[in-house]
Design a protein around this ligand. Structure first.
Ligand SMILES: Cc1cc2nc3c(=O)[nH]c(=O)nc-3n(C[C@H](O)[C@H](O)[C@H](O)COP(=O)(O)OP(=O)(O)OC[C@H]3O[C@@H](n4cnc5c(N)ncnc54)[C@H](O)[C@@H]3O)c2cc1C
Length: 97
């Protein structure tokens, strides 16, 4: 007899909730995400995805999507205000090295 997939409710559709939902769905679980916001969308800020986060995205085969929509940080990368004025350089390596 085939058993029904475990049903999981996740409260909150932030990156934590959505990552968890994707991970559980990839394991065959029946997941429902409950989010209080009427819709998900950009809030006007970029997000810096650190190497440890990229490794987790790779585990869910999401790395290609992130690369497609994002930009790689390098030695010439800078933080900018909305008016285009520069804030600072982006630290891309440990300053102690
Ligand atoms: C200004 C700013 C800049 C940041 N920049 C970075 C960055 O560059 N890189 C980085 O890695 N991190 C960054 N962070 C941190 C990152 O945003 C958080 O660590 C991350 O969003 C946490 O994810 P989360 O899913 O735990 O929570 P959240 O993103 O807060 O998501 C929680 C969700 O739960 C929903 N919710 C809450 N209560 C309920 C309820 N009762 N019922 C239903 N839904 C509910 C909320 O509406 C929300 O959508 C930044 C944070 C801030 C504030």
């Amino acid at each position: 007899m085939k058993s029904e997939p475990l049903r999981v409710a996740i409260v909150g559709g932030g990156i934590g909730g959505l990552f968890t939902a994707n991970a559980l769905i990839s394991q065959g679980l029946d997941v429902t995400v409950y989010e209080q916001a009427p819709k998900l969308g950009e809030v006007g800020a970029g997000i810096f995805v650190t190497p440890n986060s990229v490794r987790q995205l790779q585990r869910l085969s999401l790395e290609a999507s992130v690369i497609q929509r994002g930009a790689r940080v390098g030695a010439d990368s800078r933080y900018y205000h909305h008016d285009g004025s520069e804030i600072a350089s982006v630290q891309v390596r440990d300053r102690r090295l």
